[in-house]
Design a protein around this ligand. Structure first.
Ligand code: TXA
Ligand code: MG
Length: 539
C-alpha cells in the first residue's frame, strides 16, 4: 500500500486526513502522549483494519478520541458525576475514562466488552483532525503490536509506512507515555494504566481511587485482566532488558562488572559508567523520564543493543507510568545486586522523621540517626578538636572538650566557615555512620534507614536505593519544635526558614509520608515497608 505522508502544520493536509478517515481509511496522528493510529470509531469494519495493520489481538479494546466534551454523551450509557468532575479537571489531556458503552460503539472498538474507553486529547493537531473527520476516532498507539509506542514521527514511519493510508507528521510528543486509563464503569474508580495524570491528582478530584494490581505486577496465570492490554507482551525492544533495583553507586558497580551490555540510566549515572549508555532523564524527574523512555528504547534497538540494564525509576507521580512501561519492556525481570538496602529518610525539622524511623524499626528495619551523629562524642576525637582549634581559635577548647556554641557561631558566620567545618567533621561523621550501618547489618538488618536531614547536601542519596520524605504543614512543625526544644515561636520559625521546605524533599522522594497523626503514620509505614522488601518478580 502506498502511504501518504502529510504535515500536521498544513491545514490542507489536515483536511485531507479528515477526508481519508471519513471515507474509512487509517491515518496515524500525533497526540500529546504518543502517536495514535486512527480510524472511524463507529464503523466496526474500518476498526478491524486497525487490528490488522498493527497485528493487534482483537480482544484488546481501543480508545475513542473526541474533540469536545459534548461528544461523550452519545457514546456512553450515562455520564456519571465522577466523569464530569474528571473531565473538568483533566480534559483535554492525557486521561482516558472507561464507562458503560452505548449502542453506537461497535464490538470491534470495545473488543467485545460492554464498556468503552474515551479520551479528549489536548494536542491541537489531534483535535483538528477529529474535527475534520467529523466522527470520533478509535486510536491505539501507532506501533506494531508489542513494540514500544512511537513518540517521534520517525518511529511511526518505521512501523507503519506501507501498512496504512496516511501518516501525519506533528513532531515529537510532549508527554511520551500513553494516557492514564481509569475505569468508572463499576465500583470504586480504578486506574488500569498509569500515565501523565497521576494517581494523586485523580484522588484530589475523586477521593478514593484504586490502582489495579496489574499496574506493577505480572498478571497471575489464569487471572483475567481488567484491561486486556495488560496481558500482552508490551513495549519490548529487541534487546533483553533487565531493571536494576539498586542505589546509584550499586547500579554503576553492577553494570560496570558486566560485558557486552548497554546501560539505560539516569543523567547522574553517566559519569561513572564504563559501558555504553543511554540516559532517560534525571533520577528525580519522572516527567522527563516519561518523555524520553520510548525514544531511548527505540535508540537502543537502532544501535543494536543486545542486553540492557535499566536503572529503576521511582514509582511516585508520573514515575509510576515510567515504571509500568519499563517493567513490561523488561518482561518483569528485576535484579537486586545489593545485599542490604539503604533507604534515605528526609524532611524538615519537626515533620516527624524520628517517629517514622521508630515505626520502621518496629517492623524489623535498622536505622542510623545521622543528625545525632553530628553531636556524637566519637566524632570529636582529639585530632578533630585540634583541627577545629586551628580553624576557629584556640579559645574554643575547654577542659577536654570544646565550646560547641562558639564554634557554631564562628563557623556559620560565612560560607567559607561552613565549608571548613564540613571538611573537618563530615568525613568523621560519615565514618561513624558507616560503622553503625555495618553494626545494623551484622545484627541481620536487611533494610537500613539513613535518617539524615542533609542527605542530599552530603551526597548520601547516591548510596540509597530509595528515599522517603516525611512532610507536615509548617504550623504543625513549628509547634512541635517549640514543644520539643522549649523555644519560642520566633526561634522555631527562624530555624525552619533556614531549612528547605517540604517540597524540596517530596520532589526528590520515592515515597512521601504525610504526617497526619500516629495511626495514619503506622499505615503509611507498613505499606512502604512491604514495597521495600521487594516484589516477587525478582531474578
Ligand atoms: O495516550 C493514549 O492513550 C494513546 C493515544 C494514541 O491516545 N492510545 C493508546 O491506545 O495508548 P492503546 O490501544 O495502545 O491502549 C489502550 C489501552 C489498552 O491497554 C486497552 O486494553 C485499554 O486501554 N482499554 C481500552 N478500552 C478498554 C475498556 N473498555 N476496558 C478496559 N481497558 C480498555
Ligand atoms: Mg499501545
Amino acid at each position: 500500500m502506498k502511504t501518504l505522508i502529510l504535515s500536521g502544520h498544513n491545514t490542507n493536509d489536515i483536511e485531507k486526513a479528515g477526508e481519508i478517515l471519513r471515507s474509512g481509511g487509517l491515518v496515524a496522528i500525533p497526540t500529546e502522549t504518543v502517536y495514535g493510529l486512527a480510524a472511524n470509531a463507529l464503523d466496526g469494519k474500518v476498526v478491524r483494519k486497525i487490528y490488522e495493520a498493527k497485528g493487534r489481538p482483537s480482544d484488546n479494546p481501543l480508545i475513542v478520541h473526541i474533540s469536545e466534551f459534548t461528544q461523550l454523551k452519545p457514546l456512553v450509557r450515562e455520564v456519571p458525576e465522577s466523569a464530569r468532575k474528571l473531565a473538568a479537571a483533566f480534559w483535554p489531556g492525557p486521561l482516558t475514562i472507561i464507562l458503560k458503552k452505548s449502542e453506537l460503539i461497535p464490538e470491534e472498538t470495545s473488543g467485545g466488552l460492554d464498556t468503552v474507553a474515551v479520551r479528549f486529547p489536548s494536542h491541537p493537531i489531534a483535535r483538528a483532525v477529529i474535527q475534520a473527520a467529523g466522527v470520533p476516532l478509535a486510536a491505539p498507539s501507532a506501533n506494531l503490536s508489542g513494540k514500544p509506542s512511537p513518540t517521534m514521527f520517525a518511529h511511526v514511519q518505521e512501523d507503519l509506512n506501507g501498512r496504512v493510508d496516511a501518516l501525519l507528521d506533528g513532531g515529537d510528543c510532549a508527554v511520551g507515555v500513553e494516557s492514564t486509563v481509569i475505569t468508572l464503569a463499576e465500583g470504586t474508580p480504578r486506574v488500569l494504566r498509569p500515565g501523565g495524570v497521576t494517581v494523586s491528582q485523580l484522588r484530589s478530584i475523586l477521593g478514593e481511587v484504586e490502582v489495579d494490581d496489574a499496574v506493577v505486577h505480572r498478571l497471575q496465570e489464569g487471572k483475567s485482566a481488567a484491561s486486556p492490554g495488560m496481558k500482552y507482551k508490551h513495549y519490548s525492544p529487541k534487546a533483553d532488558v533487565v531493571i536494576v533495583d539498586a542505589s546509584p553507586e550499586e547500579y554503576v558497580t553492577f553494570v560496570n562488572s558486566k560485558q557486552n551490555c548497554h546501560a539505560l540510566c539516569f543523567d547522574e549515572d553517566t559519569e561513572k559508567l564504563k559501558v555504553p549508555f543511554v540516559s532517560y532523564g534525571t533520577r528525580y524527574d519522572g516527567e522527563k523520564q516519561a518523555h524520553l523512555l520510548f525514544s531511548a528504547l527505540h535508540y537502543l534497538d537502532e544501535i543494536g543493543a543486545q542486553r540492557v540494564f535499566a536503572h529503576i525509576p521511582s514509582k511516585s507521580g508520573v514515575g509510576l507510568a515510567v515504571y509500568n512501561r519499563l517493567i513490561r519492556s523488561a518482561g518483569f525481570q528485576i535484579a537486586r545486586p545489593g545485599t542490604r538496602r539503604l533507604v534515605g529518610l528526609v524532611g524538615p525539622s519537626g515533620a516527624g522523621k524520628s517517629t517514622v524511623s521508630q515505626l520502621f524499626c518496629e517492623l524489623g528495619c535498622g536505622a542510623v540517626d545521622c543528625d545525632s551523629l553530628t553531636r556524637s562524642s566519637q566524632v570529636y576525637d582529639k585530632a578533630c578538636l585540634l583541627e577545629l582549634a586551628r580553624a576557629f581559635g584556640e579559645d574554643i577548647l575547654v577542659d577536654g572538650g570544646f565550646n560547641r556554641a562558639l564554634v557554631a557561631q564562628r563557623a556559620f558566620r560565612t560560607n567559607q566557615g561552613k565549608k571548613i567545618l564540613g571538611k573537618i567533621t563530615f568525613p568523621r561523621i560519615l565514618r561513624q555512620m558507616w560503622k553503625q550501618v555495618e553494626e545494623e547489618e551484622r545484627s541481620g538488618k536487611k533494610i537500613i534507614l539513613l535518617d539524615a536531614p542533609t542527605l542530599f547536601e552530603a551526597g548520601l542519596d547516591a548510596v540509597c536505593c530509595r528515599i522517603i520524605a516525611v512532610s507536615a504543614p509548617e504550623e504543625i512543625r513549628t509547634s512541635r519544635i517549640m514543644a520539643r526544644d522549649g523555644i519560642s515561636q520566633e526561634q522555631a520559625a527562624l530555624r525552619l526558614s533556614a531549612q528547605q521546605g517540604n517540597a524540596f524533599y517530596t520532589s526528590r522522594a520515592d515515597f512521601v509520608v504525610e504526617n497526619r497523626g500516629e495511626e495514619n503514620l503506622r499505615d503509611a509505614v507498613s505499606k512502604i515497608f512491604e514495597e521495600l522488601q521487594g516484589d516477587s518478580d525478582t531474578l
